[in-house]
Design a protein around this ligand. Structure first.
Ligand code: C2E
Ligand code: MG
Ligand code: MG
Ligand code: MG
Length: 286
């Protein structure tokens, strides 16, 4: 499946014209310098608690401000970062930056905002991962329960034994784990039962056609029922309309994320959203 085809170079360039024009080598040389030249930055997308309509978390999403080609989205450089191993230092930078920001929000907004960070397969296989996570938490002072690591089904299903060991180590630190893009990869139900995972994030491809698409509606309901049965919560990704949010609320979906609730935004825009929510008399957001 597509997620595991990062080695297929044609796939790397498929997503934008820039990437089709830029050579593989040039992109790699540029990416190596991106970190030291401060060209990477994070946007944060709100995650809303469906029943209270409050922002309870954000997901950190990396961007690359390329000196010649402008802003490059993660799907255009994360696969190359994976392939070259550059994802390890980039991922560490993402983790530290995100933890610093979550701690800052906790202090300035006096709100505990959960920070979700995407981990790629290569990072998950890195034997130093627990140490990297521990030191990011230690250096920023962020409580582990406010950090959530998003893994994909592909990452989790790769090597059963190594996966269990790594998951146990991460849970031992006290961070939360969730499965991203759920429903698009291969998950073994018996593994789901054994993994101590807090949340399933229903992939946006299932949400996009709601409420009209009855098959996607059935899949969405089934995922929610299964997750709740396994004592996991459900986050719907890619919520673009009020109708979708209403339907998800009827289905008992716990959390939602998507353009309707807020696009990925710079840190100061999120700070304003959090401040606006704190006013006790303010009406519930849409
Ligand atoms: P993801 O983790 O599944 O993140 C959700 C993606 O859906 C984001 O794309 C987000 O901007 C987009 N999205 C959010 N709401 C909506 C909506 O309502 N409609 C639609 N159509 N899209 C929506 P983005 O930021 O381009 O990131 C793409 C992927 O790149 C992420 O998918 C994640 O797999 C990866 N990624 C992003 N940041 C990082 C990172 O720091 N580390 C790693 N390893 N991967 C990352
Ligand atoms: Mg994610
Ligand atoms: Mg996703
Ligand atoms: Mg993804």
């Amino acid at each position: 499946h597509a997620k595991n085809c990062g080695k297929n170079n044609a796939k790397l360039y498929s997503s934008s014209l820039t990437m089709q024009i830029m050579s593989h080598v040039k992109l790699e040389v540029g990416l190596r310098k991106a970190l030291q030249n401060n060209e990477l930055y994070l946007l944060y997308q709100p995650q809303i608690d469906v029943s209270s309509a409050q922002i309870v978390g954000v997901e950190a999403l990396v961007r690359w401000r390329h000196p010649e080609h402008g802003i490059i989205p993660p799907n255009d450089f994360i696969p190359l970062a994976e392939e070259t191993g550059l994802i390890v230092p980039i991922g560490e930078w993402v983790l530290r930056t995100a933890c610093t920001q979550a701690k800052a929000w906790q202090q300035t907004c006096r709100r505990a905002i959960r920070m979700a960070v995407n981990l790629s397969a290569r990072q998950f296989k890195d034997e130093n991962l627990t140490q990297i996570v521990l030191s990011a938490l230690g250096d920023t002072g962020l409580e582990p329960r406010l950090l959530e690591l998003e893994l994909t089904e592909g990452t989790l299903m790769d090597d059963a034994r190594a996966t269990m060991i790594m998951l146990e180590q991460l849970r031992g630190i006290g961070v939360l784990l969730s499965i991203d893009d759920f429903g698009t990869g291969y998950s073994s139900m018996s593994y789901l039962k054994r993994f101590d995972v807090r949340a399933l994030k229903i992939d946006k491809s299932f949400i996009v056609g709601l409420p009209q698409d009855s098959e996607n509606a059935a899949i969405t309901r089934a995922i929610i029922a299964m997750a709740h049965g396994l004592k996991m919560i459900v986050v719907a990704e890619g919520v673009e309309t009020g109708e979708q949010l209403l339907l998800l609320e009827q289905y008992g979906c716990d959390m939602a994320q998507g353009y309707f609730l807020g696009r990925p935004a710079p840190q100061d825009a999120i700070t304003r959203m959090l401040a606006a929510q704190r006013a006790p008399a303010s009406p519930a957001p849409p």
